[in-house]
Write a protein that binds this ligand. Structure first.
Ligand code: SAH
Length: 292
């Protein structure tokens, strides 16, 4: 069912510039930013407290122990993709309420423009999801950061060994995750996107990402349990298999719903106990079964 990437492990330290970015990728993607409701929600979510919270997530907690992410990477010369624009993006995400220094540093270290079509590079650092083909999107920077921050807010001071992402898409969030977790597993159900993620991640030479092609709703029982699970696509409920693959003390963050979606945090508190809380509204592509 799954296929391990043959291109990993690779090292982030030796990031190289793509000479012909996107040349091996699909074409025909419209270079238009997709508005994402979470952008607006982000601006207000800290003013308006979540509707229901059994155990409020302390997202404002500063982590003094946060490690700086690897320093900036070689990039295309365009000022549109410069470090300063990415820094501005990170500052905006921080203003929207993300305060985990390690997450912000990871966001600053990963060149988001390398995960979008060259025609959209100028939009790579705006706070929006963008089309990546096959009716899917790269998630907006705020929601990527927010989900990882919530996942890290565990009883172990943010230490994460195994984490699982459902919905690799172009590979951006997996790259960010690789800077906050020891091992990152990411599953994609659309074969060309699984291949696209491999192509995008290869030059970054990240040693701790394992890409799988398969139905993420089944998880990866052979690698479980996971300290953290992030779903990048919204189902009507969180698949049972994923709940069972959480470590005790582990945290799962997922968008849930159809037209109206909310970000849900599920913590596994015991062998047979899970606790769920609702965080904020969001908008994701749908979680679908099977592979294509
Ligand atoms: N993580 C990406 C977001 C990708 S969009 C980022 O960094 O921006 C969500 C992805 O979830 C899509 O590529 C979609 O194909 C995928 N997806 C939906 N249902 C899935 C499933 N059951 N298993 C694996 N991937 C799934």
């Amino acid at each position: 069912m799954t296929e391990k990437s043959k291109n990993f492990p690779l090292k982030l330290a030796s990031v190289v510039e793509k000479t012909s970015p996107g040349s091996q990728r699909r074409s025909g993607v419209s270079p238009v930013a997709t508005p994402q409701t979470a952008t607006r929600n982000a601006a207000t979510s800290h003013a308006n407290k979540p509707a229901s919270q059994s155990n409020p997530v302390n997202a404002t907690q500063q982590r003094a122990s946060a490690q700086p992410a690897p320093s900036s990477t070689p990039e295309r010369g365009s000022p549109l993709v410069s470090d300063s624009i990415r820094k501005a993006m990170v500052a905006r995400v921080a203003r929207q309420g993300v305060s985990d220094a390690k997450v912000l540093a990871a966001l600053e270290a990963i060149p988001r423009h390398l995960f979008v079509e060259p025609a959209m590079a100028s939009q790579a650092y705006i706070d929006a999801s963008l089309p990546i083909g096959h009716h899917q999107t790269i998630s907006q920077p705020y929601i990527v950061a927010r989900m990882i921050e919530v996942m890290r807010d565990n009883a172990r001071g943010g230490v994460l060994n195994n984490v699982l992402e459902i919905g690799t898409g172009c590979g951006y969030q997996a790259a960010v995750l690789s800077l906050v977790a020891k091992e990152v597993y990411s599953i994609e159900r659309i074969k060309p996107l699984h291949e696209l993620a491999k192509t995008n991640l290869r030059p970054l030479r990240i040693a701790n990402i394992r890409l799988h092609y398969g139905d993420g709703m089944l998880g990866l029982p052979q690698v479980a349990p996971f300290d953290g699970i992030i779903l990048a696509a919204a189902g009507l409920e969180v698949p049972q298999a994923l709940l069972e693959q959480m470590a005790i003390g582990g945290r799962l963050v997922a968008p849930v719903g159809e037209h109206k979606q909310v970000l849900q945090l599920i913590e596994r508190t015991g062998q047979y106990d899970w606790r769920s809380s609702t965080l904020e509204e969001c908008h994701f592509v749908p979680l679908r079964p099977g592979t294509v």
